[in-house]
Design a protein around this ligand. Sequence first.
Ligand code: NAD
Length: 372
Amino acid sequence: MHVFRPDLFLERPSMYSGKTIVVTGGAGFAGSHLALAFKSNWPSARVIALDNLKRRGSELNITRLTSSGVEFLHGDVRNREDFITLPQLDLLVECSAEPSVLAGYDSAPDYVINSNLMGALRCLEWARRYEAPFLFLSTSRVYPVQLLNRLKLVEEETRFDLAPDQPFPGVSYEGIAEAFPLEGTRSLYGSTKLSAELFIAEYQEIYGLPAVINRCGVIAGPGQLGRVDQGILAFWIAAHVYERPLSYIGFGGQGKQLRDMLHIQDLTELVLKQVSQIDKWDGRPLNAGGGREGSVSLCELTGLCQEFTGKKIPINSVMENRPADIPLYMTDNSAMSRLYDWEPRRPVQQLVEETVRWVVDNKERLRPIFCS
Ligand SMILES: NC(=O)c1ccc[n+]([C@@H]2O[C@H](COP(=O)([O-])OP(=O)(O)OC[C@H]3O[C@@H](n4cnc5c(N)ncnc54)[C@H](O)[C@@H]3O)[C@@H](O)[C@H]2O)c1
């Protein structure tokens, strides 16, 4: 299995020495990278990855975590009992979720609501009890689908892009900023995350709990067990590696829909900066994404996959849009960049190249996950 070594700079070396950091969803894609980065940055910290292993393949990360000194706790954020064993808590990083925007569309909504919202509230309450700073991975999907679908776009040869004039505040050439309106519906997934954001604000106001909220766009990179409904970059790459057919779904069926991709290592660098500067946590939810430089359309991604895998596979066109889908999302990171002196540094080419290498190097081990 790929061993991910974040190219870390030491952030305040003694800050978490002897302290306990809990990462919920810690065996998942983002959670495992962050747990490993905390342990690498603060070797004498006790880092605990709590996960119920709901995401297929998360179990593959356990050995990698434990062999690096991260403790694995098989637990569920919905269960109070699973937190009771924690002796101490000095930082809680909540990365657990059912992260698909399609969750609840063809099945009951129970899991996405209970896990993403009630689970996040359980984590928040635990942080309050220990007076532990709380970092929450939220999503760009808090912005309403109908409004994102009313953005004015220009259609270029390989992608949709933002037109110069827009009907809403919070949109510029750089992408979507925090001033984008929030009225409307946004999927069950987006609603659970926005609801959790509101409660986090209340905990900050009432209990003075230090908290930070990252509204992440698409996160990607080695280690992501992408599915058709979540983790598109790894899913697209894996289809090329295993030579499985793909479809451009919706928006004309030409693959011009656009997303910005945040390399997991860029997110890790941001989080390390954030947890090292808790004095800067001012409670505002801030966007974090790959930005214009990290943007790619599906058909552009196909070109990169062909370049780095050397394979060309059949791609169908499906005209009908999927529920809650949008033709374009691009993050305006300006506020986050100003506050933390951070910006994503890794271009899409690097992201694709590294993710291809990870899938190829682990082809047989990952086959049951990507080919079922
Ligand atoms: N990957 C993205 O593109 C993206 C974008 C924006 C926001 N986010 C957010 O980032 C966080 C991490 O996402 P990810 O991509 O790592 O997803 P992931 O599915 O890889 O990781 C989530 C982990 O949470 C675990 N989990 C699910 N329900 C749980 C429960 N009830 N109790 C304990 N563990 C549980 C899963 O087993 C999984 O290991 C999520 O909150 C997600 O909403 C992800």
